[in-house]
Design a binder for this molecule. Sequence first.
Ligand code: PMP
Length: 439
Amino acid sequence: AFARSGSVHLFNRAKAVFPDGTTRVTVERDPFPTYARRGEGAYLVDVDGNRFLDLNNNFTTLIHGHGFAPVSEVVVGLLNSGTCFANPTEHEIGLAELLTARIPAMERVRFVNSGTEAVMFAIKAARAFTGRPAIARIEGAYHGAYDWAEAGQSVSPGNSGWDQFPVAIPAYRGAPQSVIDDVHLLRFNDADGLERRLSAVRDRVACVLIDPMPSRAGLMSPDPAFVAALSETATKYGILIVADEVLNLRQGYAGASARYGLKPDLITAGKIIGGGFPIGAIGGREEVMRVFGAEDVRPLLPQGGTFSANPISMAAGRVAMEALTPEVFDRLEAMGNRVRDGLRASIVRRDAPLSVTGAASLFRIHPTRIAPTEYRDAYLRAEGAGLMRRLSRHFLESGILLPYAAAACLSTAMVDSDIERVLSAFDDFLNTEIQSGKG
Ligand code: PMP
């Protein structure tokens, strides 16, 4: 048992002002959240003075961990000279030059303030370019809160259509039926289903929205045959491919699509490209991105935003990204391999009903013996959810923040001893489970 009274006290105050006591549904609580006081590199210190190795890094945003000095310096330097203007600044050009030079699918780019907004504008851009209203997206994947991007995210075995093609369901009560009518769900890694599904709706579908390694759906690798079939089918029907790399851009110097051979028409980014400040980006082929530009008087797709391309996010993002050289990505990849291999070795040694997915600096532990290849394999059954909650609590008590329903990630601030800590906490957990007869 360790001190938690500070977090308990704050949660009680919070319950009086926030519905459910938090401002984000994604905040983990068991039964109350851990309130952060400050971050120090790979570590987070909570209000009770406990130090945790942070494997969440604000949902994979902080690829350099907390308080990365080059970012702090540039931001502190800017604070006294104005934090946002109606005028453009040089900072936005700098970040755009870096991204377009690295990411093949980003010939042109526009900045916004979040991943949700980036996905929203990418979908709108695909519609404006094709003149079609509907989208297709992957069952179980998370793309933020734009209505069409979120419809269908909670399909579960209880819903009709489970045995055939997944059916989009409203993301919340009262959501317009017209939204659901224009969302077509695809199964990840189902190369055969793609053609059957898309051919039926080809004249209405503007784009396939796809995260190359959808984290919420299970952080599974894309099958090369699926990637090839997607390109072929999309090209055949004039459907654009929108790669949502808000999370997975961190998989490499050129991003995730480049890594997996996917050639998107549009690509979204967020998280790491803001250096810890709010950001989103829509990039893509020059021809498609032209929808944002003025033709005659008005662009096909007007896009603004009070805080879009604010100089703090632009400058912070640029220095954070500049520090991510190919060598640094290699180091992250090697650390990621050590974690995944080490976790799998423990699972085999203890004969535990768990599996591990992920790539580069990302990993996710599943309460299934066989690693999932699509959402249907990965969804958490009741007993699986209990096991994952016990795992996450064991990590918390071992001084490690491990997200239990999302991707865990490493940062450049981590060192070998941090990796060892993760592996030994995991092995301890499996040992405890076996001894208590639950494994
Ligand atoms: N797309 C993906 C793939 C994401 O992982 C997320 C956030 N986890 C979003 C979109 C939404 O981004 P934001 O939270 O910045 O709105």
